[in-house]
Design a protein around this ligand. Structure first.
Ligand code: HEC
Ligand code: HEC
Length: 334
């Protein structure tokens, strides 16, 4: 597992070398950890748990409420809404291709999808369950889940460990390959328009891909200061610096305002933008990135070209069959 510290060291190395961008296509399969091989039974169970609002205290919020698999894998809200209408300070990132993140959350505090999935269920403003013991008891009371866990994990009991493993296995299937960009890089030169190709070249020339590198454009495992270049004018409008990023978790001053480099895959579908969801449109987000990370003022045409290129990163979404959830005996809720 990656340690936050060693990642930051890796970042320091990465940012000192200016890498010419190598354009990479998105793999069609995500690597799974040794102790959680992806199996059909786990994926099926994980899909049920992911879409089941009974994993929340009020029975109203599922993972899919905030990371909607019928949309771009999030909720298009600046701040997500959890149980009892509560909202937090951060915007929900997409779950599509999250399997290619080396670390999870804006501040990278979870080292894996398995570790990540444990958090929201007992987070008081997200799904609000008092404890994982309560979640396990509730799942155990549902006969259909007993069967599904047995199919996925054999004799291993229903637990936080098995539930989060199943959810993570399902998330590893949420991959969107074959975007126009992938087709272009694979040799189909008609897959991107002339404007999109101009945008692609601009993104490399400006250095966006020094941070947004790799097949998912997420510089896997890279943390960067945001905003890198202080700007009072934009700060007054968007309050990016209110959130201390990695330092909120590490309490280390050197980590202030370090954020994980987010993926640009399907970025046209996931407005509003940035960790606080404060920017409504993609052209504004691109303009701000150039200014705050690279110190560059882009022309209207350059912004339009880059946005056109980013639209070419919208991939093919695998057909999702909605799961039929096992019935509750009586009421799960008092
Ligand atoms: C109330 C809304 C809400 C619910 C419910 C919710 N999430 Fe999230 N999710 C968020 C927000 C907001 C973040 C970012 C929080 C942060 O970075 O501190 C996030 C982050 C994530 C990430 C990290 C993605 C990345 O790019 O770093 C994954 C993966 C994820 N959630 C999966 C899940 C799963 C699985 C569930 C159900 C067990 C779930 N979420 C439930 C709002 C929600
Ligand atoms: C120095 C590293 C760095 C460079 C260079 C950089 N970015 Fe970013 N980018 C980031 C980080 C870090 C974030 C997350 C900021 C946040 O919200 O906390 C981000 C966020 C974004 C977002 C919003 C993502 C989302 O899900 O809301 C977009 C869009 C984006 N970058 C595009 C670009 C473009 C286009 C360029 C070039 C003009 C660029 N970036 C240059 C590091 C960088």
């Amino acid at each position: 597992m990656f340690k936050i510290r060693s990642l930051v060291t890796a970042l320091a190395l990465a940012s000192s070398v200016s890498v010419a961008s190598a354009w990479e296509t998105l793999p069609t399969e995500a690597p799974a950890p040794a102790d959680n091989a992806t199996t059909a039974a786990k994926v099926e169970l994980g899909q049920m748990l992911y879409h089941d609002p009974r994993l929340s205290s009020t029975g109203t919020v599922s993972c899919s409420s905030c990371h909607n698999t019928m949309l771009g894998g999030e909720d298009n809200r600046p701040n997500s809404m959890g149980v009892n209408g509560q909202t937090g300070g951060r915007s929900a990132p997409t779950v599509w291709n999250a399997a290619f993140n080396a670390v999870q959350f804006w501040d990278g505090r979870a080292p894996s999808l398995e570790a990540q999935a444990a958090g929201p269920v007992t987070n008081p403003i997200e799904m609000g369950m008092k404890s994982w013991d309560d979640v396990v008891a509730r799942l155990q009371s549902i006969e259909g889940y007993q069967k599904a866990f047995e199919q996925a994990f054999g004799k291993e009991a229903i637990s936080k460990d098995t539930a989060t493993k199943a959810i993570a296995a399902y998330e590893r299937t949420l991959i969107t390959p074959n975007s126009p960009y992938d087709k272009y890089v694979s040799g189909d030169k008609s897959a991107l328009s002339a404007q999109q190709v101009r945008g692609m070249e601009k993104v490399a020339e400006l250095g966006c891909t020094n941070c947004h590198s790799g097949p998912a454009f997420n510089g896997p495992g890279m943390f960067q200061k945001f905003p890198a270049i202080p700007n009072g004018y934009w700060e007054a409008q968007y309050h990016f610096s209110k959130d201390k990023g990695l330092a909120e978790v590490s309490k280390n001053q050197a980590d202030e305002h370090l954020f994980k480099v987010p993926t640009l895959r399907n970025i046209a579908l996931t407005a509003p933008y940035f960790h606080n969801g404060s920017v409504k449109t993609l052209d504004k987000a691109v303009t701000l990135m150039a200014k705050l990370q690279l110190g560059k003022d882009l022309t209207k045409e350059e912004v339009a070209d880059i946005v056109a290129f980013l639209e070419g990163l919208t991939g093919e979404f695998p057909k999702q069959k909605m799961p039929v959830l096992p019935a509750t005996p009586g009421s799960t809720f008092n």
